[in-house]
Design a protein around this ligand. Structure first.
Ligand SMILES: *Cc1c(COP(=O)(O)O)cnc(C)c1O
Length: 374
C-alpha cells in the first residue's frame, strides 16, 4: 500500500507545543516579543481593504517581499543586534534577484536540498547541527558524511574540507550552529570558500545570524557557489507566519525557482508576503529586540557559570548548557514542574545538555530562580 520511499523517512520532532497548561516557552527558539504593530496593521488592512486579494492567487515570485528583504539586508548588513558595523561590512548591494522566499526556511531548505544535493556524492555536514538536515537527506535519498564537532564543540572545518575533497561533495552547516550556538567567524568561512572549487556548493544556514556578530552575506559578492538561508521565525518574531528565504547569486536562485515551480507554484501566501514586507520596513523595532535578547543571553550565561554550569559561548537567541551530575532530561523535568519548557536531547553525546531559548527579562528572572534551586 505504501511507497518504498516511506522507509527512508525519519520525521523531525519539534519542540513541544503543549495545550494542557500555560508554560513559559523557552524550547523552540521563538522570539519572546510580538511582531511590530505595523505587521498586524498591514494584515488587518489587507483583509479589510484588499479582501479581493484573498480570492486571487498570490504573486508566485513574491516580488514586493523580495524587494523589501533586499532593502532590509542592505540597511542592516544582516546582523540586527549589530547592524551599524554589519552594514559597513556588506560592501555591495543585495538585489531582489538574489533572493528566494519560501514557506518557512524549512521549506526553503527543502528546495535548496533538492536543487543542489543529489545522489552523485554524499553531503558533508556536522554531526551535531540542525536536525532537519538528516531528515531531508532521508526524504531525498541523499547520502550523508557526518563530521564530528571538535572538542570545544566548534565545527571542524578542516575535516569537513578534507571529506568534501574526496568526492567533490557539497557542504551544509548552520552558522551560528545549532544546538551549540557557536559561530564561525566570517573570515573562517571565507578561507573555507577559498579552498573549495567554485562549482562546489556551500550552504550556510544563518537562522540565528541576527543575534551574532557577523553574517556571511558580504561573501556573496565574490563567491558564486555560496547559498545563505535565513528565517523570519527567530529575529523577526514571525514563526507562526512561516516565512524564510535564501540569498545567493541570481543563477542559483533561478535554479531554486525551477524546483519551486515544479512542486508548489505559490509557497508564500498573500498574508505572509504582506507581513514579511511590513516587518522588513520596520526593522529598527527588531534591532531593539535583538539587542535585548543578546543582553539577557549574556546575563544568563554569566549567572549559570557562577552556579558552576558549563555554558557554551552563544551567538544566538538560546544557550546550550549542562550541569555536572545532572542529565538533560532531569533538568528539563525539574524546570517543567515549575511551569517552564526548555529543550533536551536524547542523542548520545549531547544528552546531558539542555537548550534554553532566551526570553524577556521577566522570564529569565523566573528561570534563574528555578535553576538556582535545582
Ligand atoms: C529554526 C531554524 C530553522 C527553521 O526556521 P523556519 O523558518 O521556522 O522553518 C532553520 N534552520 C535552523 C538552524 C533553525 O534553527
Amino acid at each position: 500500500m505504501l511507497s518504498e520511499r516511506l522507509e527512508n523517512l525519519h520525521p523531525y520532532v519539534p519542540g513541544e507545543q503543549p495545550k494542557d497548561r500555560i508554560y513559559i516557552k523557552l524550547n523552540a527558539n521563538e522570539n519572546p516579543f510580538p511582531p511590530s504593530k505595523n505587521v498586524a496593521k498591514a494584515i488587518k488592512k489587507s483583509v479589510s481593504c484588499h479582501r479581493e486579494k484573498l480570492r486571487l492567487y498570490p504573486d508566485p515570485d513574491s516580488v514586493e517581499l523580495r524587494t523589501a528583504i533586499a532593502d532590509m539586508l542592505n540597511s542592516t548588513g544582516g546582523v540586527l543586534c549589530n547592524s551599524q558595523s554589519a552594514k559597513k561590512e556588506l560592501g555591495f548591494k543585495i538585489t531582489p534577484q538574489m533572493i528566494f522566499c519560501g514557506n518557512g526556511s524549512d521549506e526553503v531548505l527543502s528546495f535548496v536540498f533538492y536543487t543542489f544535493f543529489g545522489s552523485r556524492c554524499p553531503l558533508v555536514l556536522p554531526e551535531f547541527t540542525y536536525s532537519f538536515y538528516p531528515v531531508y537527506c532521508g526524504f531525498y535519498n541523499i547520502q550523508m558524511k557526518k563530521i564530528p564537532l571538535k572538542n570545544d564543540w566548534g565545527l571542524d572545518i578542516d575535516k569537513m574540507l578534507s571529506e568534501s575533497e574526496k568526492n567533490n561533495s557539497p557542504i551544509i552547516f548552520a552558522n551560528p550552529n545549532a544546538p551549540t550556538g557557536i559561530a564561525l567567524k566570517r573570515a573562517e568561512v571565507e578561507s573555507f570558500l577559498k579552498k573549495i572549487p567554485s562549482d562546489r556548493i556551500l550552504v550556510v544556514d544563518e537562522a540565528y545570524a541576527d543575534f551574532g556578530e557577523e553574517s556571511c552575506l558580504s561573501l556573496l559578492k565574490d563567491y558564486k557557489n555560496l547559498v545563505i538561508v535565513r528565517t523570519f521565525s527567530k529575529s523577526f518574531s514571525l514563526a507562526g507566519m512561516r516565512l524564510g528565504f535564501s540569498v545567493a547569486n541570481p543563477e542559483l536562485i533561478n535554479s531554486i525557482f525551477t524546483v519551486k515551480n515544479s512542486f508548489n507554484h505559490f509557497p508564500v501566501d498573500f498574508l505572509a508576503q504582506t507581513a514579511g514586507k511590513a516587518a522588513c520596513e520596520n526593522y529598527s523595532y527588531y534591532e531593539e529586540n535583538a539587542k535585548k535578547i543578546v543582553n539577557e543571553r549574556n546575563l544568563l550565561t554569566e549567572f549559570l557559570r557562577s552556579k558552576n554550569w558549563f555554558v557554551i559561548e552563544s551567538k544566538t537567541n538560546f544557550i546550550f548548557a549542562k550541569k555536572n551530575g545532572m542529565g538533560g532530561t532531569s533538568i528539563y523535568e525539574a524546570v517543567k514542574k515549575a511551569g517552564i519548557l526548555i529543550r533536551h536531547f536524547d542523542t548520545p553525546g549531547i544528552d546531558d545538555f539542555v537548550r534554553i531559548t532566551i526570553g524577556t527579562k521577566n522570564q529569565m528572572d523566573r528561570l534563574k530562580k528555578v535553576l538556582a534551586e535545582i
